[in-house]
Design a protein around this ligand. Structure first.
Ligand code: AMP
Ligand code: MG
Length: 415
């Protein structure tokens, strides 16, 4: 085999170009589909449209507890007596029938008796022996939920590409479907690298720090519905890292690494991805997060995040999460919001800045983003205070308070 490899790949590209490229790579690595029961489908992306096999609701039913009758018989003025023929509760098997000036007591969700098209609520009538007295005032069809008013038969209940929210799951269940076809979750390996790292719960020796990225990046993954497996700490040892990458590439769809992707002497990720596979691009004009790398080893995508804790979070949110969603066929791989700056912002560099900011919704209904104090790429205290990353474009040097900016919410900040 030739040891010659193309080393030509774009370096120091813009965030927009990086996003376009990771989405392209993700589209080329779409995951397979899976048929799952509804109780395992929450948060998954539908791979096949769901069509209502019957109308919703399936039959005309009462929206209230009251009396079902023929609307044409309602009094125009004064009041009128209706003979009560019996009762129909929700779940009843027996359909009664009403004729002129007759009624049936009915509860919410019960099918209408034959001949009835209107329900008068029980608080509005007077019971008089085996009859009720109904005052004028109700319209024909009142308090009835017609069959198909929510969804007619054959209508789309949910579309391929939509994420199954609790409400969508409920809708699919109302359609009577026990299973849905969704895309699989990408299998993701997470490797944190660095000789200085020790796990929380361990006493720090000289020069050591606790590994926090395992939890912050692991948490971002979990918030996106993915539990990484395997998760491992790899020392800054080229052979150990090579072995881990080869093994993960054989079983995983995505390999996420943290650290070791700069150009320092203990930074082995970039040469290893070039050696074992190929590099799509390296370094993105963003702050924090510059050294981000995207590549491929075998069938696995490699996203190499810088080790600085805030940089790893910013690159994950800006580039990795959209790619993971795109791999699942999610119709909205990136969720950017807009807010107004709560204070002026200045910047000197030519990179896209991801400022950590608190987001507050004022009484005027406007979201306002106020940058937090600690903006260092290693300052997780600042990130922990923030609700979102405010995106300040490369060319921008200063913004006034009140100017509109894009924001990427951190998970947990909004439901
Ligand atoms: P690196 O990208 O490996 O050069 O690391 C950049 C900075 O991030 C260094 O200060 C590292 O100690 C720190 N760092 C790397 N990995 C982690 C991690 N898993 N948890 C916390 N800090 C980290
Ligand atoms: Mg390192």
């Amino acid at each position: 085999m030739s040891s010659e490899r193309a080393t030509e790949y774009p370096v120091r590209i813009s965030v927009d170009e990086a996003r376009a490229r990771v989405l392209d790579v993700a589209r080329a690595h779409r995951v397979a589909t899976d048929r799952v029961p509804l109780d395992r489908a929450l948060g998954r992306v539908l791979a096949v449209d769901v069509v209502a096999p019957h109308p919703l609701p399936p039959f005309a039913n009462s929206a209230m507890d009251g009396y079902a009758l023929r609307g044409a018989d309602l009094p125009r003025e004064g009041e009128k007596r209706f003979r009560n023929l019996g009762v129909m509760l929700a779940g009843t098997h027996d359909a009664l029938a009403v004729g002129a000036e007759e009624c049936v007591r009915i509860t919410t969700g019960a099918p209408l008796p034959r001949g009835a098209d209107t329900v008068v609520i029980k608080e509005n009538v007077r019971v008089a022996g085996d009859a009720i007295v109904v005052p004028a005032g109700d319209a024909i069809g009142a308090n009835v939920r017609p069959a198909g008013e929510d969804l007619p038969e054959g209508a789309f209940a949910a579309r391929a590409g939509e994420r199954l929210t609790p409400a969508r799951l409920g809708l699919v269940a109302s359609c009577g479907l026990a299973n849905v076809t969704v895309t699989k979750l990408p299998r993701v390996a997470l490797f944190v690298t660095g000789d200085e790292l020790v796990p929380p719960g361990t006493r720090l020796g000289f020069g050591q720090i606790h590994d926090s990225n395992r939890y912050s990046i692991g948490g971002l993954l979990e918030s996106a519905g993915i539990v990484a497996e395997p998760v491992a700490h790899i020392r800054d040892d080229v052979d150990a890292l090579r072995e881990a990458l080869i093994e993960a590439a054989a079983t995983c769809d995505v390999i996420i690494t943290s650290g070791g992707v700069s150009a320092g002497e203990a930074d082995h990720v970039t040469p290893l991805v070039a050696e074992l596979g190929r590099i799509d691009f390296w370094k993105v004009r963003m702050k924090p997060g510059m050294p981000f790398l995207c590549g491929e080893i075998g069938r696995a995508i490699v996203f190499a995040l810088p080790g600085n804790p805030v940089s790893s979070m910013a690159t994950f949110l800006a580039l990795v999460e959209p790619a993971l969603r795109e791999m699942q066929g999610d119709e909205t791989p990136e969720r950017r919001w807009r807010a107004k700056l709560a204070e002026p912002v200045k910047k000197k560099h030519d990179r896209t800045e991801f400022l950590r900011a608190r987001i507050v919704c004022g009484d005027d209904g406007v979201l306002r983003a106020g940058p937090v104090e600690r903006q260092g790429s290693g300052q997780m205290g600042g990130a922990a205070e923030a609700d979102a990353l405010v995106v300040i474009g490369e060319a921008v040097r200063s913004l006034e308070a009140g100017e509109v900016v894009d924001v990427l919410f951190l998970p947990g900040a909004v439901r």
